[in-house]
Design a protein around this ligand. Structure first.
Ligand SMILES: Nc1ncnc2c1ncn2[C@@H]1O[C@H](COP(=O)(O)OP(=O)(O)OP(=O)(O)O)[C@@H](O)[C@H]1O
Ligand code: SF4
Ligand SMILES: [Mg+2]
Length: 349
């Protein structure tokens, strides 16, 4: 495997909950991210998936330094970003860029496309000296499949898919090594989603990019991710290679998420089991003891309330190398095929 480009360890973001107006008193915390570990290797795409509110955007914001972690570390090429300041920090920030979810609200409506895409050069003029910017921006528009002559147009003159292309061009402006894409296609029509994902895949090869690709649905990240991490209530509960997660999930939460993924083949769909989870996601201010998934897990037992399951290869699979032997935070991890593997559904759609 290629060398690590980002190493995330024990990442935590707690937002304090306070009462009082003059004398604020902390009465608790929103545990938005509560101990996340993962590694992103050079040139790979790591998909991060989970329901609304599980902490995906908070992780993304910490990766690009829009939020400061409460605890934990983010290492970029071995260097702890939290210990950097001044020029060194600026250089790292240049190399980790973000593409945002909503192309309708994330682009300033009063700026032209040229100004939006070229804005990062104001902070990093060394990448594009003033006289060279227009040419560079036009090159970027061309790279993302937009007509370079549109440089003086405004965001409202573009469709949703085109606006997300503008967002991607802006993300590429500083020639970063890592792009953190926070639900980059969730606001787009299904027909446009595939085009934007294909564009991102081809840019990855062209610019040697590594992606953290966030989505709330496992079906969206399937074809772009090399590995996938599943988040629940501020933590990753299962992580592994694409085929390990989709075809050999061992965590009950992943199995439940997969059971809701659309299956195109009607026959395969009939054989797929639906797992309907009981109850709602608990509040991040009041996380259950032990396994945080236990209030919704059909397999929960006493041990689940007492002991936090570590994100590691479960004991039962440690001596049996195979696709089920990947990290899963469950005391009673078991392999369960929820969706028929690709080769059984091939040609059926
Ligand atoms: N600035 C903040 N102050 C307090 N709580 C916050 C703040 N930002 C996020 N949260 C809370 O942290 C939790 C995680 O939020 P986050 O936006 O990271 O989730 P998400 O997985 O990106 O959700 P979605 O799929 O809806 O985008 C949520 O409960 C949210 O309400
Ligand atoms: S540790 Fe227990 S509650 Fe948690 S996922 Fe596994 S079986 Fe369910
Ligand atoms: Mg989000």
């Amino acid at each position: 495997m290629a060398e690590p480009i980002l190493e995330i360890s024990g990442l935590v973001k707690h937002y304090p909950l306070t009462t009082g107006i003059l004398f604020k008193k902390q009465v608790g915390a929103v545990k938005a991210v509560d101990g996340v570990d993962f590694t992103l290797h050079r040139g790979e795409t790591l998909g991060i998936v989970g329901e609304s509110g599980c902490g995906k955007s908070t992780v993304a914001k910490m990766l690009v330094n829009l939020e400061r972690p409460t605890a934990g570390s983010i290492r970029y090429k071995g260097e702890d970003i939290g210990r950097l300041s001044g020029r060194a920090l600026k250089a790292v920030r240049r190399n980790i860029q973000m593409v945002f979810q909503d192309p309708y609200t994330s682009l300033n409506p009063r700026m032209t496309v040229g100004d939006i895409v070229g804005e990062p050069y104001d902070i990093h003029p060394e990448v594009a000296p003033k006289g060279d910017r227009r040419r560079k921006v036009q090159e970027l528009l061309d790279v993302v499949g937009l007509n370079p002559e549109y440089i003086n147009r405004y965001p409202h003159q573009f469709s949703g898919g085109q606006r997300q292309r503008i967002g991607i061009a802006r993300g590429l402006a500083l020639r970063p090594e890592v792009i953190v894409a926070d639900e980059p296609v969730s606001a787009l029509d299904v027909s446009v989603q595939a085009q934007v994902i294909n564009l991102m895949a081809s840019l990855q090869d062209e610019f040697d990019l590594s992606y953290v690709f966030i989505a709330h649905d496992l079906s969206i990240v399937r074809h772009i991710s090399d590995r996938v991490g599943v988040m629940y209530l501020g933590r990753i509960v299962e992580i592994g290679k694409d085929a390990e997660i989709y075809d050999h999930p061992t965590h009950p939460y992943t199995q439940a998420l997969l059971s809701a993924v659309p299956v195109p083949d009607p026959e395969a769909r009939e054989h797929r089991e639906r797992i309907i989870l009981a109850g709602d996601v608990p509040s991040p201010t009041d996380i259950p003891s032990g396994c945080r998934f236990r209030t919704r897990c059909w397999k929960a037992r006493e041990r689940c309330a007492a002991e936090v399951p570590a994100l590691a290869v479960p004991a039962g699979f440690r001596h049996a190398p195979g696709a089920a032997a990947h990290d899963s935070a469950c005391h009673f991890a078991e392999e369960r095929q929820v969706v028929p593997p690709d080769d059984q559904t091939e040609g059926a759609a």
